[in-house]
Design a protein around this ligand. Structure first.
Ligand SMILES: [Zn+2]
Ligand SMILES: [Zn+2]
Length: 228
């Protein structure tokens, strides 16, 4: 799915505004991007996410794991939003469950494994498995480049978003929570990237399961049938 924000600046206008040192445009844009998607665990790191998963799910049966359950509805805060009553406590419990569930789903379905599909003998040798190798490289582009902080590269205006997990792709937590599977969410901030994704999606949704010669063959057989 490609979302185009109506009335938004074009990539070139965004770049010009980013390079203008006198505006708070870049801070606002970075805050927006940080709220829209991420390439890290909510817990902060892979180790922290793994330890939270062990604490919360090691004794949970398969069928009750977040990847096998539908998302739960969030209870609202009370009308005073007091943060002390039972209703407010339920809401806070829901948010903490939301965070552990999202990290659990990311651990289970978004961590890339180069060795998937390799035999036990070939594992640990730095080889790429059949699902990710293409011309000697990982076709899923892992490991991804990491940046300790979000920075704007000044001569080019390119935004490098904060990212610390090289083997995790970029996601939106709420989409991971709702769809409960592997997803990929990213912000397309260059004309080239937008065109590449439009071509990719168009190709995907218009992929015809029938080859052209099969379509003609079917048409011919219908004609022949009706002639008789
Ligand atoms: Zn309350
Ligand atoms: Zn790979």
């Amino acid at each position: 799915m490609l979302l185009w924000i109506k009335g938004a600046n074009s990539p070139q206008q965004i770049r010009d505004k980013l390079l203008d040192c006198n505006s708070d445009f870049s801070n606002n844009l970075i805050a927006y991007l940080n709220s829209a998607f991420s390439g890290d665990f909510i817990a902060g790191s892979l180790t922290a996410a793994r330890s939270i998963m062990d604490d919360n799910y090691s004794n949970v049966s398969n069928v009750n794991l977040p990847t096998h359950q539908l998302p739960s509805v969030a209870p609202s805060l009370c009308s005073e939003q007091c943060h002390h009553c039972n209703q407010c406590n339920n809401n806070e419990d829901w948010w903490s469950k939301y965070k552990t569930e999202v990290d659990f789903i990311l651990l289970k379905s978004n961590i890339h494994d180069h060795e998937l599909g390799l035999s036990e003998n070939d594992k640990g040798k730095g080889l790429l498995g059949p699902y990710c190798e293409k011309k000697g490289k990982c076709k899923a582009r892992f490991p991804r480049p990491c940046y300790p902080e979000t920075v704007i590269d000044l001569p080019t205006g390119h935004i490098n978003m904060k990212k610390t997990e090289p083997m995790l792709n970029t996601i939106a937590y709420i989409i991971t929570f709702l769809l409960r599977c592997n997803t990929d969410v990213t912000c397309l901030l260059s004309g080239t990237a937008i065109k590449a994704v439009i071509a990719y999606i168009t190709d995907y949704i218009s992929k015809n399961p029938l080859k052209t010669y099969m379509v003609f063959d079917i048409i011919r057989s219908i004609y022949n049938k009706n002639k008789q």
